[in-house]
Structure formats: structure tokens, C-alpha cells
Design a protein around this ligand. Structure first.
Ligand SMILES: Nc1nc2c(c(=O)[nH]1)N[C@H]1C(S)=C(S)[C@@H](COP(=O)(O)OP(=O)(O)OC[C@H]3O[C@@H](n4cnc5c(=O)[nH]c(N)nc54)[C@H](O)[C@@H]3O)O[C@H]1N2
Ligand SMILES: Nc1nc2c(c(=O)[nH]1)N[C@H]1C(S)=C(S)[C@@H](COP(=O)(O)OP(=O)(O)OC[C@H]3O[C@@H](n4cnc5c(=O)[nH]c(N)nc54)[C@H](O)[C@@H]3O)O[C@H]1N2
Ligand SMILES: [Mo]
Length: 763
């Protein structure tokens, strides 16, 4: 069935909008959690018992809610509203069983909202699509493995298959998954990171020779100044609020750089304290808010760097000359580039005044130690890589690297997205990694680069990739250009989705399709050697164990390692990899990983230490694996962001009550919005220019680089405090507007925060 993604229906009842003026977290969070648990048919008390097991020093499961690291201080309840919702969503009592599938055709389900699909509960057994009846029918695990295995075996070229990873897969399953793909003969390993922090990896690798941030939580606890760019902390990394509030209490300065003034940038109730609300009051979480225009971050950082360099002419302490001399290269060229960038250009491109940028520069200069942190507001742009390299340039000027309390600190998204990359999910694997894999695992891995997310979609569309395996996630909705992506998936001979819940990607399928339901992270994973644990790596490179404690949602669920092994054995009849031996006891997978992956030496012992272990970051030790052996300044020109007349720049982002493609409700509490997702936030002057009032209906048309247009209809306009020329609305719905070809030429990452649009009253 052709689904019309351009029109969205809303839940019953009218929308409302009342600007939010309370601290982040607090009573609203507690109330929201209680209502949510009841809706998931969980008694708040049962939910609470599970929550007490979350993020516990190696005795509990890792919260799948985000990649923020666990407290180093053993805070008993290091949790937040959204983490609780995330876990409760997985632990629901509701089930999607064979009776459910026999009662509904796929065509009928295609007409359901995404919220309703996921809200049916947990998948319970393997299902296979039957075109005759247009229904999913039960299939045994063995038959399912044989179906997938046979299709993979019969491909004339292994590169006709693509293996997607959504970033919650544990490290052990990740390792087996990439091993299977490479043993088959392909590096087609697209992942959600291609849409998320690809730019961060590329930039940090080029500047510092380490593709990750260098900070850990101890640095956040000792820094003097925090620069927080393009992240909605209160909703998407709520435990960051604890770090921000503690920083404020300590007297550290906090600068937020964001077109929106988000709730977490003002004041908060510390998230893990919210259950004991009565005794707490709000703590400030911001010193300065810089409301740059969308994409203006490069100019903001250049402005701060310019002010610091100007100051250095009269105050030698403004720069760390010794650090620059000993550890960097390219400083003079960078200084010249910054001097050649005029304040007028910086003001124009950042939409901030020189005075505002000088205030931020003063904070940076006066701080002994600074951290710059960022998320999607910085990465999902054409010039994301240049912007992050400019962030590093600024840090290098004052030696903010390789010492406590200082450094670059990207906020990662999915709870194990960083671990996925570390453990081999990379369509551009390093030759050294492949060499070790070949030596230790006795396979002959392919050397040619594989396809990333966008390239996979294009290849499926062109009929070059015919088998799509989704290891978690919701590819149909998460990827750009929904209509094109759905068409690409439909052209496949086989689509395989390993999932916990029903979602759109099960309904937008290939000629043959299977749903393979797996254990969630909260659930007990019993294998032959007993109860298993898996490991994950957080955004600050700490690797620790996660142990599920709940009874599985169905006796027919398999763990992700078991599913991968089942497919691998069927697809690779000649394999020498001991798949069953690995699945019987994950310690054995870890022993092999210890031999293959840098930094995982003695894995089984170190991962069992109370807080796990930290993967060595060479750049943190001032060891730079760059061509020059030094940290490299970059010298890009500022991009020209001036929008064409009549157009606006649209950022697609998350509401408070969603987890990527999972929509919990139609409310966005911290932005004061209720019962509405088909909306666009606009500057009041831009609305006046179009004679629009609150909730007037508009059509939003995107103009792709190649000139093609895409439109969504009847979205409601909301006047909001956002710079002129900018607009914002929600993913995944607005992926309809993100053209497949509009990805960064620097990172291949879709530019989901920088969509050129026109907005007109609907007729
Ligand atoms: N509860 C919850 N937690 C999550 C997720 C979730 O969906 N729900 N998703 C997880 C994932 S996978 C990820 S990657 C992270 C995402 O975490 P975020 O990066 O916070 O995600 P977004 O909601 O896309 O919001 C981006 C922020 O960038 C700002 N922004 C937009 N354009 C620009 C710009 O040009 N410059 C700057 N400086 N800011 C800009 C927006 O105003 C918004 O505050 O969160 C993770 N955690
Ligand atoms: N326009 C726009 N699009 C975006 C973004 C944006 O900012 N703007 N952000 C992008 C980003 S940063 C990301 S990370 C992607 C997210 O893309 P994905 O990771 O592909 O999407 P999710 O919504 O996180 O996936 C949700 C599904 O995962 C499955 N799932 C949940 N838990 C488990 C588990 O334990 N195991 C398995 N196997 N499956 C599980 C459930 O079936 C659920 O329906 O979206 C990207 N898309
Ligand atoms: Mo993400």
C-alpha cells in the first residue's frame, strides 16, 4: 500500500502552546513518568524495582536511553525521566503475537500511526511475510535462518547485501555481526552513526588522529568552562543536567550555543533527585545563551578564536604557546586565516554580534580548563566536519587537550553507538583492523570500502543491493527521504528486521520479509554456560557490562548473538568460525575480541572491574596518530549561509516525548507544546511576513540541491524564539523533506539540520 507520508494525522483533541518557564526535570517529569508507566500497564512500583537495577556498577543493565556515562560516584539512582520511559517501553506487558498478525493485514497496519504500531507491545516469535494473504505468518527459527541463509548464499556477489546496525547492539553481538558480514565478503555495514556523528569521527580523526572525544566524566566534574553546542540536554541526554548543575554549583561557566533556548540551558532539578522532589530547588545550568542561526556554529567558534587571537597581541597568556609549539602543526596558517576572516563576515554568518562573541571569548580565555561538547546541531550539516575541526582549533589555542578538565566531548546518541564503531561496524574499516581480524578469526575480509546509509539506500533503489538486514532500528523512518527510502526497501528481494517492537520498517518490506524478535537489554539472556552479560561503551569510552534481569517477553525470543549465529551458519556452510561455541558463552567472544580490537586486551577481566574500563585515547595522552604526528590545525573558509530570498533553513529534531522514531506522546513539554507533532516553529517576524498566526496551517516545501522539491501539507505554524530565517520541526516525520542526495560532501552524513524550505499558507 502506498502510504501518504506528506499528511499526518494527530491524536484527538486540539493542540496547545504555552511557552515553558519551569526548570528542566522536576514535578512535570515525575508526573509524566507515572502516567507513562500506567499506560504501559506497568505498576509504578514494579517499574521502580527495575529502574533501581539500571546503570548500576556492573550489576544491572545499562540504560538503553542514551550514551551518557554512568556516575563515577556510585549515585544510587543515576536515572532520568526519559531513561525510565525507555526501559518501561521495552518492559511493557503488551504483546504482538501470532493472533495479532493473523487479525491484521500488512495493508491495514500500514494505515496505523507509528505510535500505535510500536504501542502494541513486544514481538514474540519469528514471522515471515506471506504475499498471498498479505499477512505475517509464524515461521520457526530454523526455517527463518534457512530462508535468510539461502538468499545470502545464492547472491552472485556478497555486496548485494547490506547489514544495518542501530546503535544499541551490545559489543559482543556487534563483533559477531561484522564478522559474519566480512566472512560473507562485504563491508556494507551502514549504521545509524552515518546519520549521527559521522562528522565528529571524521573531524577528530583528521585533527587529532583519534575519532572520539577525549573527555570523561571526571573532566566534566573539574572543568572551569563548558561550551554546549546543538544539544537538547533536558530531553536527549538528561543526565547531562546533573553535570551542568554541579558545574554551576562549583562556579564553572556554561555557554549554550543553539538557535533555540532549550529548557536545559537555564535551570534544572537534578534528574536523579526528581523522585524526592520536595526537598529540592532548581539549579542554574547556563551562564550565557548564544542563539546562533542554524548552521552558524562555525562562525561562532571562529569569532571566539578571533577574539582570543586579538587578545594574545597584548596578553601572551591568552594562548598556550608552549602547547602549540610542542604538540601542534599549522598554527601560523590558522592564525592568518582567522585574521583574514572579518568580524562583519562572522556576525553575518553567525547571526550574533561581535560583542556577544567577545563575551563568550572572555569566558573561554579566563577559564584555565574548557570543554566543548556538541551533538546533532553541529554534525548534521554540510560543513559539520569543518565546524568540529574549528572547535578543535579553538581548544588547541589554549592547550585544552590532554589534561584534566579539558577537551572535545561529543555527546553520542544511541547507548552503544560508539561501541559499535569500536567493535567493527564501519563501512570504511582500517586495514590494521582487517589484518587482525584475518589473523585471529581465519577469514579473508574484503578490503574495498562498503556502503554507508545513504549509499545503501541508493544501491537498493538502483537494484544493486537486494538483501537488507536491519539489526535493530527503524530504517524506513530514520533514514532521509522517506518516500525514496521506502521505495528502495520495497525493491529488495529480502528484508530482515531484528527487532523488539513492531514498527514501520516491518510494513515497508521486500518481496520476502522476516521479522526476527530478540531479547531486550532488560531481559535475562540464558545460554548453555548460564546467564550472559554483554558489554557496551558509553560516549566517554568507558566499557562496562550490562546484565538483564527480567523474564523475557516471550519464551521464543533469541538473543542478538544467537540470531546472528543462526543466520551466519545458514549463510556460510563452510564456515570455520565456532558460532555455537561463541553463543554458549559470551566470554569466548570477548576472548577473541581481546585479540582483535585495540584497547580490549584482557577484556574479560577488565570489563568485570567495578566501573568497567576506559579505552585508551591516544590523543588524550598527547599521542597523535595523524600524518604529522601532531594535532593539526585546519584552515577552512567560513561557508556562506545566506538563504535565498523567500527561503528558510529548517532543522529536524526530536521532541521531549520521543525516542528517535519511537513516539511516546504528541507532547513536547519543555517547549510548551501539547498534542501536536505536525508543526513548524518559526520566528514571529517570518510568520508576520507570511500573514501567519499561531496554528495556521502551512505547506512546507524543501528545495534539494538538485532542484527537486518535496512537500508536507497542513503543518501548524508556531511563533517561537528562534532566529529569523530559521525554522524547526520534528524528525522522523520531516524526513519526507530531506532529499536523498543532500548529504555532506565532507562526511556523507545527511544534512538533517539544514533543509532549505519555503513555507506557505495551506490552501
Ligand atoms: N529521550 C531521548 N533521548 C535521546 C534520543 C531521543 O530521541 N530521545 N535520541 C538519541 C540519539 S540517537 C541522539 S543522536 C541524541 C540526539 O540529541 P540532540 O542532538 O539533542 O538531538 P535533536 O533533538 O536532533 O536536537 C538537536 C538540538 O540541536 C539544536 N540545533 C538545530 N540546529 C542547530 C544548529 O545549526 N546549531 C546548533 N548549535 N544547534 C542546532 C536544536 O535546537 C536542538 O536543541 O540523543 C539521544 N538521546
Ligand atoms: N530528519 C532526521 N532524521 C534522523 C535524525 C534527525 O535528527 N533528523 N537523527 C538520526 C539519528 S541521530 C539516528 S541515531 C537515527 C536512529 O535510527 P534507528 O536507530 O534506526 O531508529 P530507532 O528509532 O532508534 O529504532 C527503534 C526500533 O529499534 C528496535 N529496538 C529497540 N530496542 C532494541 C533492541 O534491544 N534490539 C533490537 N534488535 N532492536 C531494538 C525497536 O523495534 C524500535 O522500533 O535516526 C536518524 N534520523
Ligand atoms: Mo543518533
Amino acid at each position: 500500500m502506498a502510504i501518504d507520508f506528506t499528511k499526518r494525522t494527530e491524536s484527538d483533541g486540539g493542540p496547545s502552546f504555552h511557552p515553558y518557564d519551569h526548570p528542566a526535570a522536576g514535578w512535570g517529569a515525575a508526573k509524566s513518568v507515572t502516567e507513562f508507566m500506567i499506560a504501559q500497564e506497568r505498576e509504578p512500583i514494579i517499574g521502580t524495582r527495575a529502574i533501581l537495577k539500571m546503570n548500576h556498577e556492573n550489576d544491572g543493565f545499562d540504560c538503553p536511553g542514551c550514551a551518557w556515562p554512568d556516575s563515577l560516584k556510585g549515585i544510587h539512582l543515576d536515572i532520568c525521566e526519559n531513561g525510565i520511559k525507555h526501559v518501561t517501553w521495552e518492559m511493557t506487558h503488551k504483546r504482538v503475537d501470532r493472533e495479532f498478525f493473523s487479525a491484521h493485514t500488512v495493508t491495514e497496519l500500514s494505515g496505523w500511526s507509528d505510535h500505535d504500531l510500536e504501542n502494541q507491545g513486544r514481538l514474540t516469535e519469528p514471522m515471515s511475510y506471506d504475499p498471498e494473504t498479505d499477512r505475517y505468518l509464524p515461521i520457526s527459527w530454523d526455517e527463518a535462518f534457512e530462508l535468510v541463509g539461502r538468499t545470502l548464499r545464492e547472491l552472485d556477489d556478497p555486496n548485494r547485501a547490506a547489514f544495518y546496525t542501530s546503535g544499541r547492539l551490545g559489543n559482543e553481538a556487534t563483533f559477531l555481526y561484522q564478522l559474519m558480514a566480512r566472512e560473507l565478503g562485504t563491508n556494507n555495514l551502514p549504521d545509524c552513526s552515518n546519520m549521527c556523528h559521522e562528522a565528529s569521527g571524521r573531524a577528530l580523526q583528521a585533527s587529532l588522529g583519534t575519532g572520539k572525544g577525549t573527555c570523561d566524566l571526571a573532566d566534566w566534574e573539574t572543568t572551569d568552562a563548558l561550551f554546549i553546542m546543538g544539544v537538547n540536554a533536558a530531553s536527549n541526554a538528561p543526565r547531562m543536567l546533573t553535570a551542568l548543575a554541579e558545574a554551576d554549583r562549583r562556579g564553572a561557566q556554561i555557554v549554550h550555543i543553539n538557535p533555540l533556548i532549550e529548557a536545559g540551558s537555564r535551570r534544572t532539578i537534578i534528574p536523579h533527585e526528581f523522585l524526592q522532589m520536595a526537598t529540592f530547588h532548581a539549579t542554574p545550568t547556563g551562564t550565557l545563551n548564544l542563539q546562533t542561526r542554524i548552521g552558524g556554529d562555525f562562525a561562532v567558534i571562529r569569532g571566539i578564536a578571533k577574539a582570543v587571537l586579538e587578545q594574545s597581541k597584548t596578553d601572551p597568556k591568552a594562548l598556550d604557546h608552549r602547547f602549540i609549539e610542542l604538540h601542534t602543526t599549522g598554527f601560523e596558517a590558522y592564525r592568518a586565516k582567522v585574521e583574514a576572516t572579518s568580524w562583519a563576515e562572522i556576525e553575518e554568518q553567525s547571526a550574533l554580534t561581535e560583542a556577544e562573541l567577545r563575551r563568550a571569548a572572555k569566558i573561554y580565555r579566563e577559564a584555565d580548563r574548557s570543554i566543548i561538547s556538541w551533538c546533532l546541531g553541529v554534525t548534521q550539516h554540510e560543513h559539520g566536519v569543518d565546524t568540529i575541526r574549528e572547535i578543535v582549533n579553538l581548544l588547541l589555542l589554549r592547550g585544552n587537550l590532554g589534561r584534566e578538565g579539558a577537551g572535545p566531548s561529543p555527546v553520542r546518541g544511541h547507548s552503544n553507538v560508539q561501541g559499535n564503531r569500536t567493535c567493527g561496524i564501519d563501512h570504511r574499516p582500517r586495514p590494521q583492523f582487517l589484518d587482525r581480524l584475518a589473523e585471529v578469526c581465519g577469514i579473508d575480509p574484503p578490503r574495498a570500502h562498503g556502503l554507508d546509509t545513504v549509499a545503501t539506500i541508493e544501491a537498493m533503489h538502483a537494484g544493486k543491493v537486494t538483501v537488507f538486514v536491519g539489526m535493530g532500528g527503524n530504517f524506513a523512518l530514520a533514514a532521509p527521504d522517506t518516500v525514496y527510502t521506502c521505495e528502495a526497501l520495497r525493491r529488495c528481494a529480502l528484508t530482515v528486521q531484528v527487532s523488539t517492537k513492531l514498527n514501520r520498517s516491518h510494513l515497508v518490506h521486500g518481496a520476502r520479509a522476516v521479522i526476527l524478535p530478540c531479547l531486550g537489554r532488560t531481559e535475562r539472556d540464558e545460554q548453555r554456560a548460564g546467564l550472559q552479560q554483554t558489554s557496551v561503551e558509553d560516549a566517554m569510552a568507558m566499557v562496562h557490562l550490562s546484565k538483564g534481569m527480567k523474564k523475557p517477553a516471550s519464551p521464543h525470543l533469541l538473543s542478538e548473538p544467537a540470531i546472528i549465529a543462526g543466520v551466519a551458519k545458514a549463510a556460510l556452510p563452510q564456515t570455520n568460525t565456532p558460532w555455537d561455541h561463541y553463543v554458549d558463552d559470551y566470554d569466548r567472544i570477548r576472548d577473541t575480541m581481546a585479540e582483535v580490537i585495540d584497547g580490549f586486551e584482557d577484556f574479560n577481566r577488565r570489563v568485570r572491574l567495578p566501573l568497567g574500563f576506559r579505552i585508551k585515547q591516544p590523543a588524550r595522552e598527547l599521542v597523535f596518530l595523524t600524518p604529522s604526528g601532531r594535532a593539526e590545525f585546519s584552515t577552512a573558509d567560513l561557508p556562506d549561509l545566506t538563504p535565498a530570498p523567500g527561503t528558510l533553513t529548517l532543522a529536524t529534531m526530536r521532541s521531549h516525548d520521543q525516542w528517535n522514531t519511537t513516539i511516546y506522546s504528541h507532547d513536547d513539554r519543555y517547549r510548551g507544546i501539547k498534542n501536536l507533532r505536525a508543526l513548524v516553529l518559526m520566528n514571529p517576524d517570518d510568520m508576520r511576513d507570511r500573514s501567519l498566526k499561531l496554528f495556521d496551517e502551512v505547506d512546507i516545501t524543501s528545495i534539494a540541491r538538485n532542484g527537486t522539491t518535496r512537500t508536507v501539507h497542513r503543518y501548524k505554524a508556531i511563533p517561537y524564539d528562534i532566529p529569523q530565517g530559521c525554522a524547526a520541526g520534528y524528525m522522523p516525520e520531516l524526513n519526507v523533506l530531506c532529499a536523498i542526495g543532500d548529504y555532506s560532501t565532507q562526511s556523507d552524513q545527511p544534512i538533517m539540520k539544514n533543509v532549505k524550505v519555503t513555507i506557505e499558507r495551506s490552501v
